[in-house]
Design a protein around this ligand. Structure first.
Ligand code: ZN
Length: 150
């Protein structure tokens, strides 16, 4: 298992790395990726350092995907799109860096104007722009009472 002390996602969750945060509570965090495949590309991850989604307990996994669903609605309300992708990379074969092996879900709006393969060419986006998009999504995010933290 990778080391949580060297983990980018643990650092983001603990506020030890700069982020454009969309949502954070004691169980999960959502933030913009610095190298989006499409405008509005969000990463959602559990507070707990776990590499394999199959090792996350059922209730936590369910909560993660409930929030993912709410985030999808907020992203689609904020960013014009004609489709959506969810992606979880796991293992060396996905070319994940050692310090990124913390379960995270990519939420990626897709546009007919930007082919998926073209969107996959990543370019860093300025922090100010990521912060602005994060705020647009956060304003539209309704986690609702059903998602209250227990
Ligand atoms: Zn971690």
């Amino acid at each position: 298992m990778s080391n949580p002390d060297d983990c980018v996602f643990c650092a983001l969750y603990r506020g030890k790395a700069e982020s454009s945060t969309v949502f954070r509570n004691n169980r999960v965090m959502a933030a913009m990726t610095i190298q989006p495949t499409h405008v509005g590309h969000v990463l959602l991850f559990p507070a707990l350092h776990v590499e394999d989604f199959a090792l996350l307990d059922q209730e936590s996994l369910g909560y993660l995907f409930h929030v993912a669903g709410r985030l999808k609605a907020a992203v689609c309300a904020a960013i014009p799109c004609q489709g959506f992708q969810l992606l979880i990379n796991q293992g060396e074969g996905t070319r994940q860096r050692e310090n990124c092996r913390h379960l995270h879900v990519h939420l990626m709006p897709c546009s007919l104007n930007v082919p998926v393969e073209e969107g996959a060419r990543r370019a860093e986006v300025p922090r100010t722009q990521l912060d602005e998009i994060a705020q647009q999504i956060a304003r539209r995010l309704d986690v609702g009472a059903a998602f209250a933290v227990r």
